[in-house]
Design a protein around this ligand. Sequence first.
Ligand code: CP
Length: 303
Amino acid sequence: MTTKSLVSISDYKVDDYNRILQLASEFEANSYQNLLHGRVIATLFFEPSTRTRLSFESAINRLRGRVIGFADIGTTSSTKGESLHDSIRMVASYCDLIVMRHPLEGAAKYASEISPVPIINAGDGANQHPTQTLLDMYSILKTQGTLHNLKITLIGDLKYGRTVHSLIMAMMNYNPTFYFVSPPELKLPNEYKQTLAKHNIAYSEHADMQEVLDISDIVYMTRVQKERFSDPMEYEKTKNLYVLKNDMLTHTKENMKILHPLPRVNEISMCVDASPKAYYFEQAKNGVYARQAIICHLLGINI
Ligand code: CP
């Protein structure tokens, strides 16, 4: 199948990013429209989600589309042994577009190769989360006024954090400087560092977040991805290493913004929520507009 899908953030080029960010801004101004009337979109969540699934469903409902799907694999025939192949072939015959989250890296790519309708990757294991990246980019653009030449600090689980991987691949198009803060066990995989080096993108690695907070435009906090660890002791060792607190923000840039894809566990103290630098709840809200833009872009719907 050669149907256009969104599997990896690298499927899109800067022109696509610009188009989606522009559309997201138009949807933010007018989120309730009749653009998906008569369309059926399936949301298949083989792994838990709050924001991604519900913001997709809100995005579709606001555009008068219909949603089918599941949030719990336990209610599906996967429990009887049905393969991903057969599930996708079946569901594709019931809908115009599939939004899919799956624990296996590469599952969305596989689905896109066998599906006659477009697939949107809503997260595949530790690999990619491209729609999160587009809402992150929209949030960065809204708060910084530009995507270019920013100092972006990513903190926490850089090994398993799929939102980190996608964001790096997209933002490297805008001449950023990246600061990667993690424990040794959760460092950014080498393949991403090699790509950055190949494109002459500046980056440095740190163990202490205080070294880079004050020079950052964006601080992107992440949760340690408990579900990806094979050894629970490794998770216990790393889970509370980075906790952002209000007193750490004193000398940060005035327009610095704190992002987090959420869910938060302990990485950001709740006292930070009231800071004008905390942007993570607005960021999650931006997901509705970014996802409306992505759906319309993929289905070729003009607004
Ligand atoms: N950011 C994100 O993917 O959140 P959910 O896991 O709740 O969808």
